[in-house]
Design a protein around this ligand. Structure first.
Ligand SMILES: NC(=O)c1ccc[n+]([C@@H]2O[C@H](COP(=O)([O-])OP(=O)(O)OC[C@H]3O[C@@H](n4cnc5c(N)ncnc54)[C@H](OP(=O)(O)O)[C@@H]3O)[C@@H](O)[C@H]2O)c1
Length: 236
């Protein structure tokens, strides 16, 4: 039985691929999203209840391999999972997307955390925060018009306009959104991977982006593409 640690678009693709190939697998989610997307395989939500809970889960479910398809910014779950798998001799593979890199026409300002974002975004700017709800909580942008993209509807909050939607978003959707709200700055996290609608739209509309670099993370066995991780599972 394979354990798929999910919580990303790539994890969703991985789940469907495991299902298509008839590989016995269970996916888990932290429970951040109220109505999770269908992953094609059984999903359990709400975390393991800490390290002991995770160890018990591995034993009780007879887990024979772990695919870590969590977000590059979710470093705690990755560190713990890799450490425990290594200790138990349990095969582990991270699905890790390559960083996004700016192209010559892009205007990106790289920062290491949300606290630095305010140094770049001028007063009066109309800002799309496309870095997750939790990241937006760490962001203080007085004097700017702030739009925060979230998956689930949120209670009203002073100074914030919520934009509800589930990724991925196409270039056309993003251009439309940016124009409709007259956005002139974008805040993103360097999640990486396939061409990203908001970054393509920023390029097309010549909008500046503040890009939050990935946090330091453990060096793990990893593959960049869903298909390559499937090959790894097939060889177990
Ligand atoms: N951080 C981001 O920017 C970001 C962006 C998009 C999606 N996500 C997804 O949201 C989830 C939470 O992110 P985070 O940054 O809060 O993670 P984190 O700090 O690394 O993990 C916090 C706790 O969440 C639980 N958890 C996380 N991923 C899980 C999974 N796939 N299955 C079961 N439990 C999981 C674990 O709880 P227990 O200790 O109870 O087991 C873990 O100790 C992750 O799955 C991540 O892939 C995160």
């Amino acid at each position: 039985m394979i354990l798929l640690l999910a919580g990303t678009t790539e994890a969703r693709k991985m789940g469907w691929l495991l299902a298509d190939y008839g590989i016995a697998a269970v996916a888990t989610l932290a429970g951040e999203t109220k109505v999770p997307a269908d992953l094609g395989i059984a999903v359990e939500t709400g975390g393991f209840g800490g390290e002991d809970g995770f160890r018990a889960f591995l034993a009780q479910r007879g887990i024979t391999g772990v695919i870590d398809a969590t977000h590059p910014f979710a470093v705690r779950i990755t560190e713990r999972t890799y450490r425990i798998c290594t200790e138990l001799g349990l095969p582990y593979m991270q699905l890790m997307r390559p960083h996004w890199e700016p192209e010559p026409d892009d205007t990106w300002f790289m920062v290491d955390d949300m606290a630095q974002v305010a140094d770049f975004v001028p007063q009066g700017a109309r800002v799309l925060v496309a870095a997750g709800r939790k990241a937006a909580e760490d962001l203080s942008l007085p004097g700017r018009e702030v739009f925060v993209r979230v998956i689930d509807p949120q209670p009203e909050k002073d100074g914030v306009t919520w934009i509800v939607g589930r990724p991925p978003f196409s270039l056309a959707e993003e251009v439309d959104l940016l124009r409709r709200h007259r956005i002139d700055w974008i805040i993103a996290k360097n999640a990486g991977g396939a061409a990203d609608g908001k970054l393509l739209a920023a390029r097309q509309l010549h909008l500046p982006v503040v890009m939050v670099n990935r946090p330091p993370a453990p060096v793990t066995p990893c593959r960049e593409r869903v298909q390559d991780v499937l090959d790894w599972v097939m060889d177990l």
